[in-house]
Design a protein around this ligand. Structure first.
Ligand code: NAD
Length: 485
């Protein structure tokens, strides 16, 4: 097998890095790629190139600029299989998931923000003036400038393009740094940008790590105009410190410890299926995944048994097998973290309803990063396993009696990203969803997305919202123009 070389893309050219780092498959541990770590000098040149490209890119008529975004979307669709293999190779996620979610959404992000940029209206007011006349106020929006995009490993292409697309659509130029754990699809995106003739410097790619590497070089760079970041809450805090001296705007989409509330009147099968999906999808590695399930007492025992049945029925397997329901975690390192929570849960007094260990295959996958889908009950609400994000295929299920209690339990967290409410009583569905201290509340569904809606969280889950015109607000700066008439 050839070891793919993943290079940096700076000012329209692919460049080796000062050093390389290895990318191993989470399926069997095999070496699959080498990424070229960008030096500080390379990040400096990427930022300088982005500044040079900015005026012309920002001045392009919006129709021409968004045509280039549509070309990027078409380029992803044309190389669908390359992106699919790269995504699966980096993450081990099942082909059924990557082919329906990650790669189509990568293209859809460019299409959605191209359309939004083309159809934007403008905020304006007619203002009465003291002399009986009027003034016209309008907020003229200009690009923020050179934007640093730092993304995580769980949905690498989807989350990268979720930020690159609006940044470019609204006239910014970009330095992107994908996670060191999943460097492949970003490299393909740079190839697509190159092949579709995106002007040099508009979209730059630098590979590397966080501290002492490309992540830090970008966030501490004096000429970066804003940082948009998806990843862990602790990393968000570090980036906030890094940008503080320059008072740069940040947009943060961080971790979660999301609750699902299942009321006794819910459509039982739909609630079990939806909750199983929300716990185990992508091996539990979606920021929106449910890790705390609260079930109304009359159906509690039955629900736990049915959820455990779904967990046991999940086919854990090779990612490119169409029947695989769950692949490995993203890496052996991440598996160490998840397994440490499996051990901690036992110490904290959990009953392990199902899972709690590592599957044995008797083949090459034993060198991968697989874990069993896992369900706990019986933990006190103060347990660390109830408070801290695990980011694996695991949840704790606890009973509740009243709606008030369910709301209190769900909101008893420092995170504030997502919640799911399952009930046939839609009045209660609205009421409980509105009471959730989260950015996203789903009723009788989960991870159903409209890209125009505000996306993000509060508390430890982030700062700001992106999506639709919320992205416009982050990626542009308004100048209010007031004209006396
Ligand atoms: P991470 O924070 O470890 O890494 C994310 C990115 O930040 C990587 O590119 C990494 O190299 C970079 N980085 C790390 N330290 C840095 C530093 N000091 N300065 C600059 N860059 C730095 O996150 P991860 O482990 O890749 O992703 C998983 C986390 O992301 C989970 O907590 C998950 O909940 C969260 N997440 C949130 C959302 C959301 O929309 N809210 C979406 C997906 C993932």
């Amino acid at each position: 097998m050839t070891i793919r070389q993943l290079r940096n893309y700076i000012d329209g050219r692919f460049e080796d890095g000062a050093s390389t780092f290895d990318k191993h498959s989470p399926v069997d541990g095999a070496l699959i790629a080498q990424a070229h770590e960008a030096s500080r000098e390379q990040v400096d040149r990427a930022v300088a190139a982005a500044h040079r490209a900015l005026p012309a890119w920002a001045a392009l008529p919006v129709g021409q600029r968004t045509d280039q975004l549509l070309a990027l979307a078409d380029g992803i669709s044309r190389r669908f299989d390359d992106f699919l293999q790269a995504e699966i190779g980096d993450t081990g996620k099942p082909v059924s998931w990557a082919s329906q979610i990650d790669i189509p959404r990568g293209a859809a992000n460019f299409r959605t923000f191209a359309e939004l940029a083309r159809t934007l209206d403008m905020e304006s007011y007619m203002t009465d003036t003291p002399d009986g006349r009027q003034a016209l106020n309008y907020a003229y929006r200009k690009p923020l400038g050179v934007v640093g995009v730092i993304s995580p490993w769980n949905l690498p292409l989807l989350l990268l393009t979720w930020k690159v697309a609006p940044a470019l659509a609204f006239g910014n130029t970009v330095i992107m740094k994908p996670s060191e754990v999943t460097p492949s699809t970003a490299t393909l995106l740079a190839e697509v940008a190159h092949d579709t003739g995106l002007p040099p410097g508009v979209l730059n790619l630098t590979h590397g790590f966080g501290p002492g590497s490309a992540g830090e070089f970008i966030t501490t760079h004096p000429d970066i105009d804003g940082i948009t970041f998806t990843g862990e809450s602790a990393t968000g805090a570090a980036i906030m410190r890094a940008v503080a001296p320059g008072v740069k705007p940040v947009s943060f989409e961080l971790g979660g410890k999301n609750a699902a509330l299942v009321f006794a009147d819910a459509d039982f099968e739909a609630a079990v299926d939806g909750t199983a999906r929300s716990v185990f999808a992508n091996c539990g590695q979606v920021c929106l995944c449910t890790e705390r399930v609260y079930v109304q007492r009359p159906i509690y025992e039955r629900f736990v048994a049915a959820l455990a049945e779904r967990a046991r029925a999940l086919r854990i397997g090779w990612p490119d097998d169409a029947d695989t329901g769950m692949g490995p975690l993203v890496s052996r390192e991440h598996r160490e973290k998840v397994l440490s929570y499996f051990a901690l849960a036992r110490e904290e007094g959990a009953t392990v309803v199902t899972g709690g260990g590592v599957p044995v295959f008797g083949d090459a996958r034993d060198a991968g990063a697989y874990v069993q889908p896992t369900i706990w009950t019986g933990l006190p609400e103060s347990a660390r396993c109830i408070k801290e994000e695990v980011f694996g295929p695991v949840c704790h299920v606890a009973p509740f009696d009243t709606e008030e209690e369910a709301i209190r339990l769900a909101n008893d967290t420092r995170y504030g990203l997502a919640a799911a409410v399952w009930t046939r009583d839609l009045t209660r569905g609205h009421r409980v969803a509105q009471a959730m201290k989260v950015g996203l509340a789903w009723v009788n569904c989960w991870f159903l997305r409209d890209l125009r809606t505000p996306f993000g969280g509060s508390g430890l889950s982030g700062i700001g919202r992106e999506g639709g015109r919320h992205s416009l607000h982050f990626y542009t700066e308004p100048t209010n123009v007031c004209i006396k008439l």
